[in-house]
Design a protein around this ligand. Structure first.
Ligand code: SF4
Ligand code: SF4
Length: 93
């Protein structure tokens, strides 16, 4: 089976100029990170430690891109001020 349908390059690597694969991995998530504006000191650690780099500074607050956030909770673990709480997706339905 050819993977060209899914990958824009021939192998699972990139020279960082092209996207290899794009899938909305946020569909796997059972919890999402919620940032407490009062506790956040804008250090950016959550953005640095997020393995898929989807914590973004938006309107003066770091927020996850929920299309891609997998809910791993690493950002919450690394936040030095405990500003991030992992909240069940059930709370948002
Ligand atoms: S790690 Fe915590 S304090 Fe630092 S920017 Fe992220 S949410 Fe704010
Ligand atoms: S929960 Fe995981 S994937 Fe989502 S923003 Fe935090 S570190 Fe990134």
């Amino acid at each position: 089976m050819s993977l060209n349908k899914y990958f824009k390059t021939e192998g699972p690597w990139s020279d960082a100029r092209v996207e290899i694969m794009c899938s909305d991995t946020g569909g796997w998530r059972s919890e999402r990170p919620v940032v407490d504006e009062e506790k956040c000191i804008l250090c950016g650690f959550c953005a640095i430690y997020c393995p898929i780099q989807i914590m973004k500074l938006q309107s003066d607050l770091f927020q996850p891109d929920l299309d891609f956030c997998k809910g791993c909770g690493i950002c919450a673990q690394e936040c030095p001020t405990n500003a991030i709480t992992m909240v069940s997706e059930g709370e948002f339905k």
